[in-house]
Design a protein around this ligand. Sequence first.
Ligand SMILES: [Zn+2]
Ligand SMILES: [Zn+2]
Length: 397
Amino acid sequence: MNERSIDFLKQTFSRYYSSLKSLWVPEEIEKREFGFFLGKEKAMVRHRSFDSAEKLLGFLAKEAPFDVYYSIATYDSPQEAMSEKGWRGADVVFDIDADHLGRQCREEHDMWVCLACGKEGKGGKPASCPECEKKDFHEVNWVCGKCLEVAKLEVYKLLEVLEEDFGIGDENVEVYFSGHRGYHVHVQGRLSSIDQAARKELVDYLTGTGLDLGLVGLGAKSPGRLVTGWGTRIARSLYEIVNEKGIGEKHAGDKNLEAKRKRRILEGLMANDVEALSKNVSKKDFESLVSLAIEKVSVKVDPVVTTDVHRLFRLPETINSKTGLLKRRVPLESLSSFDPLEDAVVLKGDPVKVSVKRAPRFSLSGGTYGPYANESATVPREVAVLLLCKEAAEYSG
Ligand SMILES: [Zn+2]
Ligand SMILES: [Zn+2]
């Protein structure tokens, strides 16, 4: 990114922070470590502390950082080096990123170019270039409304498990759009003393890692009634799969028999009797149905984020420099209608001119733009910001 582009972004960010009357800050702000990226390629400035929201806001308006982070942990002395800080506890947070979820739309908006031979292709980059076998690529990765819907579904799954299995209700969680490809879920207070090992257990539980099928009533020897939170979710998932997709096995074209078996299985699953399923399909089909059911109900949180008790996490209501969008709180009652590409756009303004290297067709704030390839374009400020942040364009006045 060239100097003029950086200046343009800094000015735009600074104007935004200067316009704010107040800022979200975590509880016990004086015990938190803060970190910032002050420029695009600069190292993170960290071990900073602030004792009030006003002081932090003043800093943001003056410096217009590209990214703002705070520690999920509280410390006795947050400004000291790591070993001297004195860890007191840490909020439990979850990160759901569309990048870790299978998305067919990647074929529509992502592309790669081999830096060695110039071969290009759609979707995510290959392990090595199909033409010259080299491994260095220029990637153009985008996020669309579909990617973000996929991420939102994971949020719903997470909220359900937290409530049903852990008793952590809506009043104890806050949901945020991350400002980029997904959502952050913050759990208030009550779990802050749990250590790294316990957080790992929590993540394993959510993701279904090492799930003991015997414990939920799906033991290899005698599948019976599905029990516990996981068991009932698997039963429900099995019901949906069988109902939508059928039971896998082809049954010699006998449609009647097939329909009868399907009904028997569905009735069984309704009554939470998984034996009805195991009796009516082959062992192989049974196993593949169960693993598909588990895959569907497991919650795809990033395990690294939740288990790191020293993590610096993006501060809510600040700008994400990967997109220029806001990490924005989403009240649960408006989660279903929340549209990040509309509702997290805060840097709006008059059209500006940019020279675009490459960008797919994309939507932002109600408009549709591109595709672009090595061309000039005059676009609304929020669109220019997005293109610059994604390093797909430079500012040209
Ligand atoms: Zn190549
Ligand atoms: Zn997409």
